[in-house]
Design a protein around this ligand. Structure first.
Ligand code: GLN
Length: 252
């Protein structure tokens, strides 16, 4: 089920994070190393990034595998950014197949991705819908479990939750109603929040940058594996990881 990655730090070309690394997202699209569910991620991809002087990110999303999109190779070669979030997709059965269903989803300055599945989809959608105002349900960007989770996160953000609290709340609301694998990833261009709930996640930081990814994109030292059921918050040069349990959520 999908792989995703987020980067914050010194300006980089998109290709330096996504295409150049030996096991970057481009390669993970056809040969992921740590994926537990699904084998390849060829059902589309998406990249969101922030350009200088504009707090709202641009998104480039396609329904084709990342390695077949020659235009993306060009865009990634010349586009520089301090912050990006990208995903390659292995679609869950019964979800929309088009580019609208490719993460990242976005709203304002946020970019969001889901790696996993809401069990029982699409039947479980009715259970989750109970946690949402109808206006957000009507505004779903795609017919997917991930879009419903994004609606839940948007709802919590609109209520004043931090990104970390919104992700934790979405996991809590979802698991109260149905099972799922819920590795969520969000950025606003200045920090990153992520959950692990059923799938892999690693991070690497140095003094001026941080990468959070479903799996390490190279074999260089510095990657740290995040335990399952964790909540991660990261800024360049600063990462915190804590258990995603009731006690830690109450503190937020
Ligand atoms: N279930 C979601 C979808 O179909 C996410 C799948 C994944 O982990 N890539 O898009």
């Amino acid at each position: 089920m999908c792989r995703h990655v987020a980067y914050l730090g010194d300006p980089v070309f998109l290709r330096e994070v996504l295409i150049d690394p030996p096991y970057g997202l481009h390669r993970q699209a056809w040969e992921p190393r740590r994926q537990r569910h699904g084998t390849i991620n060829a059902d589309g991809f998406g990249v969101g990034w922030y350009a200088e002087g504009d707090p709202a990110p641009a998104r480039y999303r396609q329904a084709v595998p990342m390695w077949t999109d020659v235009s993306f190779a060009d865009v990634a070669r010349v586009t520089r950014t301090r912050a990006l979030l990208a995903a390659v997709r292995s679609a869950t059965e019964g979800t929309a197949p088009d580019a609208s269903a490719a993460c990242p989803f976005g709203d304002g300055r946020h970019l969001f991705s889901h790696n996993g599945v809401v069990e029982g989809w699409p039947g479980s959608a009715a259970d989750l819908a109970g946690a949402l105002p109808p206006a957000l349900l009507l505004d779903l960007p795609a017919r997917t479990d991930s879009a419903l989770l994004w609606a839940l996160v948007r709802h919590l953000l609109a209520g004043g939750a931090s990104m970390a609290a919104a992700l934790a709340g979405a996991v809590r609301e979802t698991t109260a109603r149905t099972a799922g694998r819920l590795n969520l990833l969000i950025t606003d261009g200045t920090s990153i929040a992520a959950t692990t709930y059923g799938d892999t996640l690693s991070y690497r930081m140095d003094g001026s940058s941080v990468v959070v990814a479903s799996e390490p994109y190279d074999d260089e030292p510095g990657w740290v594996d995040v335990p399952d059921k964790s909540l991660l918050v990261a800024r360049p040069g600063e990462v915190s990881v804590r258990p995603l349990d009731a006690a830690s959520l109450e503190e937020m």
